[in-house]
Design a protein around this ligand. Sequence first.
Ligand SMILES: NC(=O)c1ccc[n+]([C@@H]2O[C@H](COP(=O)([O-])OP(=O)(O)OC[C@H]3O[C@@H](n4cnc5c(N)ncnc54)[C@H](O)[C@@H]3O)[C@@H](O)[C@H]2O)c1
Length: 324
Amino acid sequence: MKLLVTGGAGFVGAVVSRLLLDAGHTVVVLDDLSRNDAAQVPADAQFVQGRVQDAAEILTPEAGFDGVLHFAGLISAGESMSLPELHWEANTRAGLNLIDAMRAAGVRRLIFSSTAACYGEPSELPLTENAVTMPINTYGATKLAVDLAIASEARAHKLAAVSLRYFNVAGAYVGADGTVIGERHDPETHLIPIALEVAAGKREKMPMFGDDYPTPDGTCIRDYIHVTDLARAHLRALEAATPGEHRIYNLGVGTGFSNKQIIDAVREVTGADVPVEWLPRRPGDPAALYASSAKAQAELGWTPEKTEVADIVADAWTFYRRQN
Ligand SMILES: NC(=O)c1ccc[n+]([C@@H]2O[C@H](COP(=O)([O-])OP(=O)(O)OC[C@H]3O[C@@H](n4cnc5c(N)ncnc54)[C@H](O)[C@@H]3O)[C@@H](O)[C@H]2O)c1
């Protein structure tokens, strides 16, 4: 298939582009490079620097695209609270423009990067796709708005659509040929890359928010999914997408690791001492958040394979050392 990958210069988009190319698809990456440079775009993909809001310029009927995988967006929940207008623009307005451009060009297959943040405080654990969606930050609201628009588009205009709700994406893609693709968010807000910076001596201490949660070791529990496992689900979703249907799948491994377990794994993998600075709880951080991905496993025939915390951290460390 000829596929447009928005946000393909980013962490997840670059890994999925790699797997799509390896599976024989043609990939055109669209990214405005607002949050990344183009270094991780696979060399065998075509790269167009531009905004998703202007996707109609390349998504023409003549261009012959068979589908779109939409990763582009802003992902910091903290930033979404202080600069909501940026997130409504880059996530929601861009998403709506993309849906319009796809309709105009007759491109009827869409895979969308949705998020666990659509659910907000978990109403059940593990979280299924039937859980209440009540985002507690602007980031989650901007993504849920696009999910709702996709549902209407599928119903009214026969779009074949799949929204994949990721939990915490982690690790790095490590290819047999030595290619390594990892996460480089700026500013970095994710636990593992920050802990690796502490292990490498680039930061002094690991800020940890709260050690008095009702969990076995008192720290928050999150569901970490290896980026290569996550990426494989996109290829399955592309095949499963059906005209007139908007499917939603949670992508996690179904169990969680606590913040303390992650720090211990970083110490073990890097051999470094990772000094921790204990801070009060942050508002809006649920004690535990993990997915049921039973629906994705049953309907997409997908199973996460790299589920050990040490393996996830080891791949992230391989990427970190390549970069620094
Ligand atoms: N990383 C995670 O843990 C996680 C979890 C849940 C959901 N997601 C979703 O997955 C997607 C990819 O996440 P990521 O970790 O790869 O993020 P990333 O920041 O590495 O990549 C996003 C890319 O989108 C580009 N971009 C942003 N706004 C754009 C616009 N308007 N037009 C064109 N390009 C634009 C950025 O330059 C960047 O390269 C996001 O939509 C995010 O909401 C990620």
